[in-house]
Design a protein around this ligand. Structure first.
Ligand code: IMP
Length: 415
Protein backbone atom coordinates (compact mmCIF):
# COMPACT_ATOMS: atom_id res chain seq x y z
CA UNK A 1 0.00 0.00 0.00
CA UNK A 2 1.23 3.51 -0.78
CA UNK A 3 2.02 5.99 1.98
CA UNK A 4 -0.13 9.11 2.44
CA UNK A 5 1.57 12.44 2.90
CA UNK A 6 0.68 15.62 4.75
CA UNK A 7 2.56 18.74 3.67
CA UNK A 8 2.45 22.40 4.72
CA UNK A 9 1.56 24.70 1.83
CA UNK A 10 2.45 28.08 3.32
CA UNK A 11 5.19 29.21 5.76
CA UNK A 12 4.55 26.49 8.34
CA UNK A 13 2.11 26.64 11.25
CA UNK A 14 -0.81 25.82 8.95
CA UNK A 15 -2.41 23.59 11.56
CA UNK A 16 -0.85 20.30 10.47
CA UNK A 17 -0.91 19.18 14.10
CA UNK A 18 -4.69 18.94 14.27
CA UNK A 19 -4.97 17.00 11.00
CA UNK A 20 -2.07 14.69 11.69
CA UNK A 21 -3.36 14.04 15.20
CA UNK A 22 -6.77 13.14 13.81
CA UNK A 23 -5.34 10.99 11.02
CA UNK A 24 -2.65 9.34 13.15
CA UNK A 25 -5.38 7.34 14.84
CA UNK A 26 -6.00 5.55 11.54
CA UNK A 27 -2.42 4.67 10.59
CA UNK A 28 -0.04 1.85 11.55
CA UNK A 29 3.08 3.95 11.06
CA UNK A 30 3.74 7.71 11.19
CA UNK A 31 7.07 9.03 9.84
CA UNK A 32 8.96 12.32 9.96
CA UNK A 33 11.37 12.83 7.08
CA UNK A 34 12.88 16.31 7.50
CA UNK A 35 13.37 19.26 9.83
CA UNK A 36 14.12 18.95 13.49
CA UNK A 37 12.96 20.42 16.77
CA UNK A 38 12.29 23.73 15.00
CA UNK A 39 8.89 22.15 14.33
CA UNK A 40 6.35 21.99 17.08
CA UNK A 41 2.77 21.40 17.89
CA UNK A 42 0.74 20.92 20.99
CA UNK A 43 -1.86 18.21 21.27
CA UNK A 44 -4.41 17.91 24.04
CA UNK A 45 -5.73 14.46 24.89
CA UNK A 46 -8.31 14.16 27.67
CA UNK A 47 -7.18 17.45 29.17
CA UNK A 48 -3.48 16.47 29.14
CA UNK A 49 -1.10 18.59 27.09
CA UNK A 50 1.61 17.00 24.92
CA UNK A 51 4.28 19.05 23.14
CA UNK A 52 5.72 17.41 20.04
CA UNK A 53 8.81 18.61 18.20
CA UNK A 54 10.68 15.58 16.89
CA UNK A 55 8.54 12.59 17.79
CA UNK A 56 5.90 11.89 15.12
CA UNK A 57 2.26 12.47 16.07
CA UNK A 58 1.48 8.76 15.90
CA UNK A 59 2.93 8.53 19.42
CA UNK A 60 -0.55 9.37 20.69
CA UNK A 61 -1.94 6.28 19.00
CA UNK A 62 -0.80 3.34 21.15
CA UNK A 63 -0.90 1.02 18.11
CA UNK A 64 1.21 3.13 15.76
CA UNK A 65 4.93 2.82 15.09
CA UNK A 66 6.75 6.15 14.86
CA UNK A 67 9.78 6.70 12.67
CA UNK A 68 12.24 9.59 12.78
CA UNK A 69 13.76 9.29 9.32
CA UNK A 70 17.27 9.85 8.01
CA UNK A 71 16.37 13.31 6.69
CA UNK A 72 15.66 14.68 10.16
CA UNK A 73 18.34 16.50 12.14
CA UNK A 74 18.15 14.96 15.57
CA UNK A 75 18.92 16.93 18.71
CA UNK A 76 19.47 14.20 21.32
CA UNK A 77 18.69 16.52 24.23
CA UNK A 78 15.43 17.68 22.67
CA UNK A 79 14.15 14.21 21.87
CA UNK A 80 15.12 12.85 25.30
CA UNK A 81 13.17 15.69 26.93
CA UNK A 82 10.20 14.98 24.70
CA UNK A 83 10.30 11.24 25.33
CA UNK A 84 9.76 11.78 29.07
CA UNK A 85 6.12 12.65 28.32
CA UNK A 86 5.37 9.11 27.15
CA UNK A 87 5.58 5.64 28.62
CA UNK A 88 6.62 2.43 26.88
CA UNK A 89 8.18 3.96 23.80
CA UNK A 90 10.36 0.94 23.13
CA UNK A 91 9.03 -0.87 20.09
CA UNK A 92 6.95 2.20 19.13
CA UNK A 93 9.64 4.77 18.36
CA UNK A 94 12.51 4.25 15.93
CA UNK A 95 15.24 6.68 14.95
CA UNK A 96 17.19 6.26 11.73
CA UNK A 97 20.86 5.49 12.30
CA UNK A 98 21.47 7.76 9.30
CA UNK A 99 19.75 10.83 10.82
CA UNK A 100 22.32 13.56 11.38
CA UNK A 101 22.95 14.78 14.89
CA UNK A 102 22.10 18.33 15.82
CA UNK A 103 24.50 18.86 18.74
CA UNK A 104 24.64 21.74 21.25
CA UNK A 105 27.35 23.56 19.27
CA UNK A 106 25.03 23.73 16.24
CA UNK A 107 22.51 25.85 18.16
CA UNK A 108 25.33 28.11 19.43
CA UNK A 109 26.60 28.61 15.87
CA UNK A 110 23.04 29.28 14.64
CA UNK A 111 22.48 31.94 17.30
CA UNK A 112 25.89 33.55 16.78
CA UNK A 113 25.40 33.76 12.99
CA UNK A 114 22.01 35.37 13.47
CA UNK A 115 23.48 37.93 15.87
CA UNK A 116 26.21 38.82 13.36
CA UNK A 117 23.67 39.21 10.55
CA UNK A 118 21.89 41.93 12.52
CA UNK A 119 19.03 43.37 10.48
CA UNK A 120 19.53 40.74 7.80
CA UNK A 121 18.96 37.89 10.26
CA UNK A 122 16.77 35.08 8.93
CA UNK A 123 14.87 34.90 12.18
CA UNK A 124 15.67 31.22 12.71
CA UNK A 125 14.34 29.30 15.67
CA UNK A 126 17.94 29.26 16.97
CA UNK A 127 17.81 25.47 17.30
CA UNK A 128 20.89 24.72 15.21
CA UNK A 129 18.94 23.45 12.19
CA UNK A 130 20.95 25.28 9.49
CA UNK A 131 24.40 24.46 10.95
CA UNK A 132 23.46 20.79 11.44
CA UNK A 133 22.31 20.46 7.82
CA UNK A 134 25.39 22.43 6.68
CA UNK A 135 27.64 19.88 8.38
CA UNK A 136 25.71 17.08 6.68
CA UNK A 137 26.18 18.63 3.24
CA UNK A 138 29.82 19.52 4.03
CA UNK A 139 30.31 15.85 4.97
CA UNK A 140 31.51 16.88 8.40
CA UNK A 141 28.41 15.81 10.33
CA UNK A 142 27.84 12.93 12.73
CA UNK A 143 24.98 10.48 12.52
CA UNK A 144 22.70 8.95 15.11
CA UNK A 145 24.22 5.50 14.52
CA UNK A 146 27.56 6.83 15.79
CA UNK A 147 25.99 7.44 19.21
CA UNK A 148 26.21 3.69 19.73
CA UNK A 149 29.98 4.05 20.20
CA UNK A 150 30.37 7.18 22.39
CA UNK A 151 34.15 6.87 22.82
CA UNK A 152 34.78 6.79 19.09
CA UNK A 153 32.26 9.56 18.42
CA UNK A 154 33.80 11.70 21.17
CA UNK A 155 37.25 11.44 19.59
CA UNK A 156 35.79 12.40 16.19
CA UNK A 157 33.99 15.44 17.58
CA UNK A 158 37.09 16.59 19.47
CA UNK A 159 38.97 16.38 16.17
CA UNK A 160 36.17 18.41 14.52
CA UNK A 161 36.53 21.04 17.26
CA UNK A 162 40.27 21.24 16.55
CA UNK A 163 39.80 21.60 12.80
CA UNK A 164 37.15 24.30 13.28
CA UNK A 165 38.84 26.12 16.17
CA UNK A 166 39.02 29.43 14.31
CA UNK A 167 35.30 29.39 13.59
CA UNK A 168 34.40 28.65 17.21
CA UNK A 169 36.74 31.47 18.28
CA UNK A 170 35.19 33.98 15.86
CA UNK A 171 31.74 33.11 17.18
CA UNK A 172 33.07 33.17 20.77
CA UNK A 173 31.75 29.66 21.42
CA UNK A 174 33.22 27.53 24.18
CA UNK A 175 33.40 23.89 23.24
CA UNK A 176 33.17 21.20 25.95
CA UNK A 177 36.24 19.37 27.26
CA UNK A 178 36.77 15.77 26.16
CA UNK A 179 35.54 14.50 29.55
CA UNK A 180 32.41 16.66 29.46
CA UNK A 181 31.63 15.65 25.90
CA UNK A 182 32.12 11.95 26.60
CA UNK A 183 29.80 12.02 29.57
CA UNK A 184 27.18 13.86 27.49
CA UNK A 185 27.45 11.32 24.66
CA UNK A 186 27.28 8.40 27.08
CA UNK A 187 24.07 9.79 28.46
CA UNK A 188 22.61 10.14 24.95
CA UNK A 189 23.67 6.58 24.18
CA UNK A 190 22.11 5.20 27.35
CA UNK A 191 18.78 6.85 26.60
CA UNK A 192 18.60 6.57 22.81
CA UNK A 193 20.40 3.35 21.83
CA UNK A 194 17.28 1.13 22.04
CA UNK A 195 15.57 3.34 19.47
CA UNK A 196 18.31 3.72 16.86
CA UNK A 197 18.06 1.37 13.89
CA UNK A 198 17.95 1.04 10.10
CA UNK A 199 14.56 2.62 9.53
CA UNK A 200 14.80 2.41 5.73
CA UNK A 201 14.32 -1.36 5.85
CA UNK A 202 11.61 -0.93 8.43
CA UNK A 203 9.58 1.44 6.23
CA UNK A 204 10.06 -0.83 3.18
CA UNK A 205 8.83 -3.81 5.18
CA UNK A 206 5.77 -1.86 6.29
CA UNK A 207 5.06 -0.81 2.68
CA UNK A 208 5.43 -4.40 1.49
CA UNK A 209 3.16 -5.64 4.28
CA UNK A 210 0.45 -3.18 3.18
CA UNK A 211 0.60 -1.25 6.45
CA UNK A 212 -1.07 2.14 6.49
CA UNK A 213 1.70 4.75 6.57
CA UNK A 214 1.42 8.50 7.14
CA UNK A 215 4.29 10.81 6.22
CA UNK A 216 4.17 13.90 8.43
CA UNK A 217 5.76 16.98 6.88
CA UNK A 218 7.23 19.76 8.99
CA UNK A 219 7.44 23.52 8.25
CA UNK A 220 5.90 24.55 4.91
CA UNK A 221 6.52 24.75 1.18
CA UNK A 222 7.41 28.44 1.20
CA UNK A 223 10.23 27.61 3.64
CA UNK A 224 11.69 24.92 1.35
CA UNK A 225 15.45 25.26 0.82
CA UNK A 226 15.07 25.22 -3.00
CA UNK A 227 11.54 26.40 -3.70
CA UNK A 228 10.89 28.76 -0.80
CA UNK A 229 11.74 32.41 -0.28
CA UNK A 230 15.52 31.83 -0.18
CA UNK A 231 17.52 32.77 1.87
CA UNK A 232 14.64 33.25 4.30
CA UNK A 233 13.91 29.55 4.46
CA UNK A 234 14.70 26.56 6.60
CA UNK A 235 17.50 24.20 5.58
CA UNK A 236 15.54 21.12 4.49
CA UNK A 237 13.36 20.01 1.58
CA UNK A 238 9.92 20.67 3.03
CA UNK A 239 8.11 19.71 -0.19
CA UNK A 240 6.68 16.23 -0.76
CA UNK A 241 9.78 15.12 -2.67
CA UNK A 242 11.75 15.57 0.57
CA UNK A 243 9.85 12.65 2.06
CA UNK A 244 11.53 10.33 -0.46
CA UNK A 245 15.11 11.28 0.34
CA UNK A 246 14.31 11.77 4.01
CA UNK A 247 13.05 8.24 4.48
CA UNK A 248 14.58 6.27 1.64
CA UNK A 249 11.33 5.61 -0.20
CA UNK A 250 10.73 6.21 -3.90
CA UNK A 251 8.15 8.54 -5.50
CA UNK A 252 5.99 5.56 -6.44
CA UNK A 253 5.63 4.70 -2.75
CA UNK A 254 3.64 7.89 -2.15
CA UNK A 255 -0.13 7.82 -2.58
CA UNK A 256 -2.43 10.61 -1.51
CA UNK A 257 -0.91 14.04 -0.86
CA UNK A 258 -2.84 16.45 1.32
CA UNK A 259 -1.67 20.06 1.43
CA UNK A 260 -2.46 21.95 4.62
CA UNK A 261 -3.34 25.64 4.25
CA UNK A 262 -4.70 28.17 6.65
CA UNK A 263 -7.69 30.24 5.47
CA UNK A 264 -5.32 33.22 5.72
CA UNK A 265 -1.51 33.44 5.83
CA UNK A 266 1.06 33.71 8.59
CA UNK A 267 4.81 33.71 8.77
CA UNK A 268 7.32 33.74 11.63
CA UNK A 269 10.80 35.07 11.13
CA UNK A 270 11.93 37.43 8.41
CA UNK A 271 11.57 37.37 4.65
CA UNK A 272 9.07 38.25 1.95
CA UNK A 273 5.38 37.80 2.65
CA UNK A 274 3.40 39.55 -0.11
CA UNK A 275 -0.03 39.47 1.54
CA UNK A 276 1.14 40.56 5.00
CA UNK A 277 -1.30 43.07 6.47
CA UNK A 278 0.32 45.70 8.69
CA UNK A 279 -2.97 47.29 9.70
CA UNK A 280 -5.94 46.41 11.83
CA UNK A 281 -6.89 43.33 9.81
CA UNK A 282 -3.49 41.71 10.31
CA UNK A 283 -3.60 42.44 14.04
CA UNK A 284 -7.11 41.05 14.25
CA UNK A 285 -6.14 37.84 12.42
CA UNK A 286 -3.26 37.40 14.87
CA UNK A 287 -5.53 37.92 17.85
CA UNK A 288 -8.44 35.78 16.65
CA UNK A 289 -6.10 33.07 15.40
CA UNK A 290 -3.85 33.07 18.52
CA UNK A 291 -0.89 33.39 16.22
CA UNK A 292 2.12 32.82 18.46
CA UNK A 293 4.85 30.28 17.64
CA UNK A 294 4.73 26.97 19.56
CA UNK A 295 8.50 26.55 19.53
CA UNK A 296 9.67 30.12 20.13
CA UNK A 297 6.56 31.96 21.38
CA UNK A 298 7.15 34.69 18.77
CA UNK A 299 4.15 36.62 17.39
CA UNK A 300 3.44 35.52 13.83
CA UNK A 301 3.06 38.01 11.00
CA UNK A 302 -0.46 37.76 9.51
CA UNK A 303 -2.15 38.53 6.20
CA UNK A 304 -4.66 37.46 3.60
CA UNK A 305 -4.92 34.17 1.72
CA UNK A 306 -2.50 33.94 -1.19
CA UNK A 307 -4.10 31.80 -3.89
CA UNK A 308 -1.15 32.20 -6.26
CA UNK A 309 1.31 30.85 -3.70
CA UNK A 310 -1.16 28.06 -2.94
CA UNK A 311 -1.43 27.05 -6.59
CA UNK A 312 2.38 27.03 -6.85
CA UNK A 313 2.73 24.93 -3.71
CA UNK A 314 -0.01 22.55 -4.74
CA UNK A 315 1.73 21.86 -8.07
CA UNK A 316 5.14 21.46 -6.42
CA UNK A 317 3.81 18.92 -3.96
CA UNK A 318 1.35 17.14 -6.23
CA UNK A 319 -1.53 17.82 -3.85
CA UNK A 320 -4.62 15.70 -4.36
CA UNK A 321 -6.53 17.91 -2.00
CA UNK A 322 -6.20 20.79 0.43
CA UNK A 323 -7.13 20.84 4.09
CA UNK A 324 -8.32 24.37 4.79
CA UNK A 325 -7.61 25.19 8.42
CA UNK A 326 -8.88 27.86 10.79
CA UNK A 327 -11.73 29.03 8.56
CA UNK A 328 -13.54 30.18 11.72
CA UNK A 329 -10.80 32.75 12.41
CA UNK A 330 -12.25 34.82 9.56
CA UNK A 331 -15.65 34.99 11.31
CA UNK A 332 -16.76 38.58 11.89
CA UNK A 333 -14.81 40.30 9.12
CA UNK A 334 -17.12 42.43 6.92
CA UNK A 335 -14.93 41.63 3.94
CA UNK A 336 -12.20 39.10 3.26
CA UNK A 337 -9.50 39.37 0.63
CA UNK A 338 -7.76 36.77 -1.56
CA UNK A 339 -4.59 37.48 -3.54
CA UNK A 340 -5.37 36.40 -7.11
CA UNK A 341 -2.35 37.82 -8.98
CA UNK A 342 0.84 39.82 -8.38
CA UNK A 343 2.15 43.01 -9.88
CA UNK A 344 5.86 43.04 -10.72
CA UNK A 345 7.48 46.03 -12.45
CA UNK A 346 4.06 47.33 -13.46
CA UNK A 347 3.08 44.01 -15.05
CA UNK A 348 0.41 41.64 -13.75
CA UNK A 349 1.48 38.00 -13.38
CA UNK A 350 -0.46 34.98 -12.19
CA UNK A 351 2.44 32.77 -11.09
CA UNK A 352 4.97 32.84 -8.29
CA UNK A 353 8.24 34.45 -9.41
CA UNK A 354 11.58 33.18 -8.10
CA UNK A 355 12.01 36.33 -6.08
CA UNK A 356 9.08 37.48 -3.98
CA UNK A 357 10.82 40.58 -2.61
CA UNK A 358 9.28 43.10 -4.98
CA UNK A 359 5.83 41.78 -5.76
CA UNK A 360 2.64 43.61 -4.91
CA UNK A 361 -0.44 41.46 -4.33
CA UNK A 362 -3.58 42.06 -6.37
CA UNK A 363 -6.65 41.21 -4.35
CA UNK A 364 -10.24 40.27 -4.96
CA UNK A 365 -12.53 41.18 -2.10
CA UNK A 366 -15.37 38.95 -0.93
CA UNK A 367 -18.23 39.34 1.47
CA UNK A 368 -17.39 38.21 5.01
CA UNK A 369 -19.46 35.99 7.29
CA UNK A 370 -20.24 35.18 10.90
CA UNK A 371 -20.48 31.89 12.72
CA UNK A 372 -18.59 29.30 10.77
CA UNK A 373 -17.11 28.17 14.08
CA UNK A 374 -17.85 24.56 14.96
CA UNK A 375 -19.51 23.70 11.60
CA UNK A 376 -19.23 20.00 10.84
CA UNK A 377 -21.02 19.88 7.46
CA UNK A 378 -20.37 22.04 4.41
CA UNK A 379 -24.08 22.97 4.28
CA UNK A 380 -23.80 24.37 7.81
CA UNK A 381 -21.24 26.98 6.74
CA UNK A 382 -22.57 30.49 6.02
CA UNK A 383 -23.07 30.94 2.25
CA UNK A 384 -20.28 33.52 2.01
CA UNK A 385 -17.87 31.06 3.63
CA UNK A 386 -18.94 28.34 1.17
CA UNK A 387 -18.27 30.80 -1.65
CA UNK A 388 -14.81 31.58 -0.20
CA UNK A 389 -13.92 27.87 -0.20
CA UNK A 390 -15.02 27.56 -3.85
CA UNK A 391 -12.89 30.56 -4.86
CA UNK A 392 -9.85 29.00 -3.19
CA UNK A 393 -10.45 25.71 -5.02
CA UNK A 394 -10.86 27.45 -8.34
CA UNK A 395 -7.78 29.67 -8.21
CA UNK A 396 -5.48 27.17 -6.55
CA UNK A 397 -6.71 24.46 -8.94
CA UNK A 398 -6.99 21.98 -6.08
CA UNK A 399 -10.09 20.66 -4.42
CA UNK A 400 -10.64 21.29 -0.74
CA UNK A 401 -11.16 17.95 1.00
CA UNK A 402 -11.10 18.98 4.65
CA UNK A 403 -12.18 22.17 6.40
CA UNK A 404 -11.38 22.88 10.03
CA UNK A 405 -13.70 25.16 11.97
CA UNK A 406 -12.20 25.12 15.48
CA UNK A 407 -9.23 23.60 17.31
CA UNK A 408 -11.45 20.70 18.49
CA UNK A 409 -10.67 17.40 16.80
CA UNK A 410 -14.30 16.87 15.73
CA UNK A 411 -15.02 20.37 14.41
CA UNK A 412 -13.90 19.27 10.99
CA UNK A 413 -15.78 19.03 7.70
CA UNK A 414 -14.79 16.12 5.50
CA UNK A 415 -15.91 16.72 1.92
P1 IMP B 1 15.26 27.43 11.14
O1 IMP B 1 14.47 26.29 10.56
O2 IMP B 1 15.27 27.43 12.64
O3 IMP B 1 16.61 27.54 10.54
O4 IMP B 1 14.49 28.80 10.75
C1 IMP B 1 14.43 29.25 9.40
C2 IMP B 1 13.08 29.90 9.13
O5 IMP B 1 12.07 28.93 9.18
C3 IMP B 1 12.67 30.95 10.17
O6 IMP B 1 11.93 31.96 9.50
C4 IMP B 1 11.77 30.19 11.11
O7 IMP B 1 10.86 31.05 11.77
C5 IMP B 1 11.07 29.28 10.13
N1 IMP B 1 10.60 28.02 10.74
C6 IMP B 1 11.32 26.96 11.11
N2 IMP B 1 10.56 25.99 11.60
C7 IMP B 1 9.30 26.44 11.55
C8 IMP B 1 8.03 25.86 11.89
O8 IMP B 1 7.92 24.72 12.33
N3 IMP B 1 6.94 26.65 11.67
C9 IMP B 1 7.03 27.89 11.12
N4 IMP B 1 8.19 28.46 10.78
C10 IMP B 1 9.32 27.74 10.99
Amino acid sequence: MKADLIVGIQWGDEGKGKIVDRLAQEYDMVCRSQGGHNAGHTIWVDGVKFALHLIPSGVLNPHAINVVGNGVVLCPEAIIKEMVQFENLEGRLFISDKAHLNLPYHALIDQAKERLKGEKAIGTTGKGIGPAYADKINRTGFRAGELLNPTKLCAAIIEYFKQNRDIFDIYEIDTPSEAELLSQLEEYEAKLAPFITDTTQMVWNALDADKRILLEGAQGTMLDIDHGTYPYVTSSATVSAGACTGLGINPKDIGKVTGIVKAYCTRVGNGPFPTEDFGEDGARLGKQGHEFGTTTGRARRCGWFDAIATRYASRLNGCDELALMKLDVLDGFDEVKVCVAYEVDGKEIDYLPSNLEDVTPIYKTFKGWDNSVGARRFEDLPLAAQEYVKVIEEISKTKVGIISTSPERDDTIIL
